[in-house]
Design a protein. Structure first.
Length: 165
């Protein structure tokens, strides 16, 4: 357990998956409804299989995020100590707690845990304007590539944030 800026970060355990899957489904469905008019997310986002595969992977570093003892969301990281170019695989916050700065605080925690990172990479659906605002305007990522730009449902923005000098 680690504390940072009023939040608690605990390593994701198998017994956390059911609760986190419900929160992930609400978060992804809310975003898809806002932008596409229908629920949706990556394969397995609503039944826990996404989290079992990625959050519990021995190759990932994953945290359940708590605010005032309530599970607020999750963050999944892929750390490459050899290159020091890391990947933010997933971050989600319960829609009931969005807009309170928890995502920004979670990112601040990540930066404090990995101060030697040369760069961070992530990706997000092209349709998710709210995610673009979060990653680009709040966290300082840059869009470096767009996969399948002509496919509105499947286009993905690849983003990168290089270490600040």
């Amino acid at each position: 357990m680690k504390e940072h800026d009023g939040l608690v970060f605990e390593t994701v355990r198998p017994e956390d998956i059911e609760e986190l899957a419900r929160i992930m489904a609400r978060a992804f469905d809310a975003d898809s409804m806002m932008h596409l008019g229908r629920p949706g997310g990556p394969p397995g986002y609503s039944d826990g299989s996404f989290l079992r595969r990625y959050a519990l992977s021995p190759r990932s570093t994953s945290y359940r995020i708590l605010k005032d003892s309530r599970t607020a969301g999750c963050i999944i990281l892929w750390i490459n100590s050899a290159t020091r170019v890391h990947f933010l695989g997933c971050i989600f916050i319960d829609p009931e707690l969005q807009g309170l700065g928890l995502g920004t605080k979670a990112w601040s925690f990540v930066k404090s845990e990995y101060p030697d990172a040369l760069a961070w990479r992530t990706e997000t659906p092209a349709f998710s304007h709210r995610n673009h605002c979060f990653y680009v305007n709040k966290l300082g990522f840059h869009i470096v590539h767009i996969n399948s730009p002509r496919d509105a449902d499947n286009a993905m923005f690849q983003l990168e944030k290089r270490r600040e000098s």
